[in-house]
Unconditional design. Structure first.
Ligand code: PAF
Length: 289
């Protein structure tokens, strides 16, 4: 039988539960989310269960990480179904704070990771990662988990958070969980539900293009040409490209020099990342090269 899920709405209630877990020497894993849960989130919970005795999940649509013209107002909310899914998945406690609880009147602090937050999505969504690192640092301080799990689909977010945790000596182990995909290859995302049926049919081309581009790079194609071809293939099919780039997989710095000489191992680990718009929906994906 599934354990019953505790619902906490205040940081005080979370602290009390955490204190009780820790006094019984239980380890804790945190899975931060913005709700509208899908199989990708459940896979994060499965990873969390492998790493800790107790799993805490947070559901908070963080206004600080949305830009002025972004989808904060329309962001999907399925709280009741989310709680049922979390209970089913064996989560011990869900933290569902209000905006007022997280950012009470007079809130003044911003946690900002300087360089890596400015690349790629940070360039097209100024302030986005400051919002992410501010809320994630608060969640880590409230829950004080041994481990926190983040999906590799948000590859830049994962690296930004790892950098923050390292820089601030936060005693939480950050673990990445692999991207979950629909059968046709589309990376699972709460935003997929915005897609029209026609755009949903086209969306798997993102992953297909990443795969074929990575393959041509492994075969020795020049980087510039391969990326141009990828952008062209997507544009021709109605995607608006924000970026498609190969970056150093450890720090997202631009790749300099040849990636692969035919038949040789690459000089650095590289990741192929893209952000595109299909209609009004912004989708991101990435794979290792
Ligand atoms: O990846 C997300 O859903 C969010 O950016 C996160 C990590 C929960 C912070 O709001």
């Amino acid at each position: 039988m599934n354990k019953s899920l505790i619902k906490a709405h205040t940081s005080k209630a979370v602290r009390e539960a955490v204190f009780a877990y820790k006094s019984k020497n239980k380890t804790i894993a945190l899975v931060p989310t913005m709700g509208a849960l899908h199989a990708g989130h459940i896979s994060l919970i499965e990873v969390a269960k492998q790493h800790a005795d107790r799993v805490i999940c947070s559901i908070f649509v963080n206004p600080k990480q949305f830009g002025k013209n972004e989808d904060l107002e329309s962001y999907p909310s399925t709280l009741q179904a989310d709680c049922e899914a979390l209970e089913q998945a064996g989560v011990d406690l869900v933290f569902i704070p209000t905006v007022q609880e997280m950012y009470p009147k007079g809130f003044q602090t911003c946690v900002s990771v300087a360089e890596i937050s400015t690349y790629l999505c940070g360039h097209s969504r100024p302030g986005h990662f400051d919002g992410v690192t501010t809320v994630v640092s608060k969640l880590l301080l409230i829950v004080q988990p041994d481990t926190a799990i983040f999906g590799a689909k948000d590859f830049q977010q994962l690296l930004v958070i790892k950098q923050m945790v390292q820089d601030l000596n936060i005693p939480t182990n950050i673990i990445s969980a692999p991207t979950q995909r629909a059968k046709d290859g589309l990376a699972l995302s709460s935003r997929n539900q915005y897609l029209s049926p026609q755009d949903r049919k086209r969306a798997p081309l993102i992953y297909q293009t990443l795969q074929s581009t990575a393959q041509t790079l492994r075969e020795g194609s020049p980087l510039d040409q391969a990326l141009k071809n990828a952008a062209k293939a997507l544009t021709k099919n109605g995607f608006v490209i924000d970026y498609i780039e190969a970056r150093d997989a450890t720090n997202l710095k631009p790749i300099t020099g040849p990636l692969y000489q035919k038949g040789e191992t690459p000089p650095q680990s590289a990741q192929l990342l893209c952000a595109v718009k299909l209609g009004q929906t912004r989708l991101i994906d990435n794979i290792p090269i």
